[in-house]
Ligand binder design. Structure first.
Ligand SMILES: CCCCC/C=C\C/C=C\C/C=C\C/C=C/C/C=C\CCC(=O)SCCNC(=O)CCNC(=O)[C@H](O)C(C)(C)COP(=O)(O)OP(=O)(O)OC[C@H]1O[C@@H](n2cnc3c(N)ncnc32)[C@H](O)[C@@H]1OP(=O)(O)O
Ligand SMILES: Cc1cc2nc3c(=O)[nH]c(=O)nc-3n(C[C@H](O)[C@H](O)[C@H](O)COP(=O)(O)OP(=O)(O)OC[C@H]3O[C@@H](n4cnc5c(N)ncnc54)[C@H](O)[C@@H]3O)c2cc1C
Length: 572
């Protein structure tokens, strides 16, 4: 059903109904409210949008301007857009598709503001899909990609909703207007944690799609001469092509395994939270924010590497790669802009570092921060050993977190306010947080390939892929590992030569590794990545369907070119 709606095009798309609106009801509504709305949403008897971002605010949620003011005389909330910049702007489906929205608004009751909370608002008639009274709706216009989804705007002119439309699982407003505090003010943000976790899988799928297309095409495409007089080789035989594609292929597997961990973590921590134990929320937020930021950024860059590796046909929409890039680029901004999200992870790391300095033993994904020795023990390391590679990434991250935190402490000792010290160290903090997430992805990849239940021959291939991913990371960021002597120049040279060996070792299994993603042609939507490899015939068929080929001489000739040519010829 959703897929059908999705392909209707023309501005209809209900992605956000599934990934944001419905989960918000699941996570933020009371049992009573779920009885009223959850089944309607799950059966698509209503279609919803998640309306949080405004024209003037996306990152700074506490700065949102839409208001929800409680009126005890009628036991209603009045939803209002007081300024132009308070117009809800970007929510998927809001402009033309949805008839309901969860609206994030500043809650006012008894003259006091209690910050952003979620409210269920019907925005269109269920009879004729016209906007409800007081609601102004529209689409925000064409975007870089994903134009199958309408991203809309909404304005509310003192729209009244029943008190019961405030999603009250955590915080409540009683009939007399009394506000009841939630266990944590950040629980209103819990659906963002969930969504960021799902972005890690979206990134993995996007990179899996791009590498499937590029690897398959690189086996079909033959070009140039490796040796004079020899037949043109498959372009995948060039080491440079392998160096472009195989690290992206390895990252797709790494992110796929990271999303398994994220899903498991989210389930267990939200399970504990249901029982009132909020202790895991901070780590879950830091991990989901960091993984979302890291995986979507690497994926967007990686898809463009795959596009360029396919030459001119990669630049054609026939390849499917420009659309994938556009979608992945959106993932870098939506659900928390990547810079801001990585800073959230950095904030958590600085807190954990301070706790470790105070003697607390750290656990979970930051446990290594207290275990890693500051003074490196240099020496010839076995750069093909996964344990050695994981330890190198953890040492790098611990060093960078320590350096950023100490830099910040130094700024504050010079008299800077904490916020100013934070801002003046934020580039260091971002790099440290990226190193932390990178070390988590490597460790999780290594642990997964060592424990996943597969045939030993498959384990061997996955182990090579994990080595390739790790060695690529070390050679791409060599300076970070050399800085304190933890790795030597000889170690980096060894890493480079092992990486070359891994490229050659992965080559025979490359097609099997992308086929294993099991992405149907209908999902890939790529002439270059077709499972049957019949690229050229289908490229020609695809081109013939171009709108420009509907007529032999395009109307633009008669309107523009013909008069232009005539006037130029008349001057000869
Ligand atoms: C098969 C092929 C598939 C291929 C797929 C390919 C590509 C994809 C295809 C298509 C894609 C197309 C389109 C893209 C997708 C569509 C979009 C989908 C969804 C998008 C939906 C949205 O964007 S919804 C809006 C999202 N908005 C945000 O995320 C806002 C970001 N800002 C914030 O979260 C916050 O404002 C903040 C964290 C930046 C700052 O909040 P603030 O209150 O100021 O917090 P601080 O002062 O920094 O910290 C206070 C304290 O709170 C803790 N905290 C903050 N947030 C959370 C949280 N969420 N949970 C828990 N705790 C939180 C923070 O850690 C601090 O704690 P301490 O004081 O203890 O340190
Ligand atoms: C395809 C797409 C779909 C979307 N779908 C939805 C949806 O369904 N529902 C919804 O509510 N929203 C949606 N959004 C909006 C999205 O959540 C916001 O765009 C995102 O949160 C970023 O906010 P912003 O656009 O206001 O950018 P801003 O917050 O203005 O950020 C702009 C720049 O300023 C920098 N910056 C901001 N704050 C800081 C800081 N504290 N420290 C350092 N740098 C900072 C950022 O790094 C960023 O580069 C969607 C966006 C896109 C692109």
């Amino acid at each position: 059903m959703a897929a059908a709606l999705q392909t209707l095009g023309g501005g209809i798309g209900i992605t956000l109904h599934w990934i944001a609106f419905t989960p918000t009801i699941e996570q933020q509504a009371t049992e009573e409210q779920k009885k009223k709305w959850l089944k309607l949403a799950q059966d698509v008897a209503i279609v919803g949008a998640y309306a949080q971002t405004e024209m003037g605010h996306g990152t700074f949620v506490r700065g949102l301007e839409t208001t929800a003011t409680y009126d005890p005389s009628t036991q209603e909330f009045v939803i209002n857009s007081p300024t132009l910049t308070s117009t809800k702007w970007w929510p998927g489906g809001l402009g033309k598709t949805a008839n309901h929205a969860t609206v994030m608004a500043q809650l006012y009751t008894r003259g006091k503001c209690y910050g952003p909370h979620n409210f269920m608002v019907q925005i269109r008639s269920l009879e004729n899909h016209q906007p409800c009274p007081g609601v102004t709706l529209g689409d925000i216009g064409p975007k870089m990609e994903s134009n199958g989804n309408d991203n809309g705007f909404a304005r509310f002119d003192h729209v009244r909703i029943p008190r019961e439309n405030m999603l009250m699982k955590f915080a409540r407003v009683e009939a007399d207007g009394t506000y009841v505090q939630p266990p944590s003010s950040k629980l209103a943000y819990s659906n963002m944690v969930y969504l960021r976790g799902t972005f890690v899988m979206s990134a993995a799928q996007a990179l899996a799609s791009a590498t499937t297309i590029a690897v398959r095409y690189s086996c079909v495409r033959r070009q140039s001469e490796m040796k004079p007089g020899e037949p043109e080789p498959q372009i995948l035989e060039y080491q440079t092509q392998q160096y472009k594609l195989f690290p992206q292929l390895a990252a797709a597997y790494a992110f796929w395994f990271a999303s398994w961990f994220m899903t498991q973590q989210h389930g267990s921590i939200t399970g504990s939270m249901e029982k009132g134990d909020m202790s895991g929320l901070a780590e879950l937020h830091a991990l989901s924010a960091g993984l979302k930021s890291y995986t979507t950024a690497v994926t967007a860059r990686g898809i463009d590497v795959c596009r360029m590796a396919c030459g001119g046909h990669g630049y054609s929409h026939a390849s499917g790669l420009p659309a994938l890039f556009g979608g992945a680029a959106a993932l870098c901004t939506a659900e928390g802009e990547n810079t801001v999200m990585m800073l959230q992870t950095a904030r958590y790391l600085v807190k954990c570092f301070a706790q470790s300095q105070a003697g607390k033993r750290l656990t979970g994904t930051v446990a290594y921060l207290s275990a890693v020795q500051p003074s490196p023990v240099a020496g010839n390391r076995n750069m093909s050993d996964l344990g050695t590679l994981v330890a190198a990434f953890q040492h790098r991250a611990a060093r960078m977190v320590r350096h950023a935190a100490m830099q910040m402490q130094g700024e504050m000792q010079k008299g800077k306010a904490r916020e100013d010290a934070w801002n003046s160290c934020s580039v260091l903090l971002i790099k440290a947080a990226e190193a932390h997430v990178h070390s988590f992805v490597v460790r999780n990849f290594a642990e997964t390939v060592q424990t996943v239940e597969v045939d030993e021959s498959v384990r061997a291939v996955l182990t090579s892929l994990c080595q390739l991913y790790s060695l690529y990371g070390i050679t791409e960021h060599a300076g970070d590992f050399l800085k304190d002597g933890y790795l030597t120049g000889r170690d980096i040279d060894a890493a480079s030569s092992h990486l070359s060996a891994m490229l050659a070792r992965v080559r025979p299994d490359a097609v099997a590794l992308v086929d294993a993603f099991d992405l149907h042609d209908k999902i890939l939507r790529s002439v270059l990545g077709r499972y049957d490899g019949r690229v050229y015939e289908h490229l020609y068929e695809w081109a013939k369907k171009s709108p420009l080929n509907k007529s032999e001489v395009h109307e633009s000739y008669y309107k523009y070119l013909q008069p232009f040519l005539k006037s130029n010829r008349a001057k000869l």
